[in-house]
Structures are given as C-alpha cells and as structure tokens.
Design a binder for this molecule. Sequence first.
Ligand code: APR
Length: 191
Amino acid sequence: MNNLTTQTEIKNTVVELIRADITEQNVDAIVNAANAHLAGGGGVDGAIHRRGGTSIMQETREKYPNGCPTGSAVATKAGNLPAKYVFHAVGPRWNNGTNGEPEKLHSAYKTCLELAVKHQCKSIAFPSISTGVYGYPIDQAAKIAIQTVIDFLNNKETETKFTLQLVRFCLFSENDLNVYADILQSQTKQS
Ligand code: APR
C-alpha cells in the first residue's frame, strides 16, 4: 500500500496524495488527528503513539498539560518514528456541520502549516483529520483540507523563511484517496 496517485505543484511546493500509513512517512513532520485532551485514542492517534513510543505522550503531558483546543495544534518530537516532529491537531467532531466545524477544521490544518514553517520543515504529511471517529463527511472535509493548503501556499509571504517543499496527504482507504484526488484536481483547475 503506497500508491502515489496525484501530484501537483503550487508556487514551488509539491502537493501529493498517496495511500499510506502515516507512521511510516519519512518527512520532517507528521500530523496526528488528536483529541483536545491529547489523551491518545484509536485511529491515527493510536498508531502514532504505538509506533512512536511513550516519549511522545510524556512530552505532551509536560508541555501541554491543559491539552489543545479544537481547531488548533501543538508540536512534539516524534520518538521512534521516521519523522522529526508530530503536530497534534485537534479537528472538530461532526455535529450537523452547523457548529463551526468547517472553520475549526480549516484552522487545524492552517495551524499545522504554520507550525511546519516555524519549525523549518521541508516536508509534512497529513492524515484526513476528523473523518474517522469524529465522523466528518469525507468530501466536505477533503475540500477544506485541500483548499487550506492551496491558499496557504498561494499566500506565502517571505520566500526566505518558507521551507516547505512537500505537503503530502496520506489517505488510508482507496475511497478516501479517490475523493481527495477528485477535489485536488478540481480545486487546482480553478486556482
Ligand atoms: N495512517 C493514515 N491514516 C490513518 C491511519 C494511519 N495509520 N489510521 C487511521 N487513519 C485514517 C482513518 O481511516 C480516517 O480516515 O485517518 C482518518 C482519521 O481518523 P481518526 O484517526 O479516527 O481521526 P478523527 O476522525 O480526527 O478522530 C479523532 O479519534 O483516535 C481518536 O484520539 C483521537 O479522539 C480522537 C479522535
């Protein structure tokens, strides 16, 4: 499982979609789909803590004892994972879509992109935040995920500080990959 399907370039940064396990990604930062207590869980969160080891949870407890608000993200090192950092992003739980879910999802992705620049990352890999346990409909979530990345890359300000060369989405199922691929294609045509 590691099928590269779509790759495009926005202002010299590659945006790509693959079907893959995010814990295996050899990138500077991987993003965790965490909860506001940073308490660990199933899905991506479980996989990251299992493979990354206990140092990740120790660091979140020490640095972020109050957790992380929904729509934001915090950084730790990545323990035994190939990445250097884990950005623990808290996406919204789906609740009809009328409770600020789109804004919170957008803000979770944007905060991770800002953290990537702050930590001088060249590459970052995202899972599909909120579309598992949190029940966000995949097509709506994918539109927000991809548009947030496109806008961030198009609006980047100082070239010298901007290190990001690769933004990768690691999708876990073929269906998710196909949904993201259709949306990436249509949104890059428009922009
Ligand atoms: N690599 C990439 N994607 C994965 C992996 C993995 N190893 N494991 C699961 N996924 C996919 C899921 O299939 C889903 O499409 O990640 C997507 C997000 O699902 P969740 O991990 O359930 O995340 P989310 O919906 O944001 O729910 C967060 O779940 O595990 C708890 O502590 C977490 O409470 C938080 C909630």
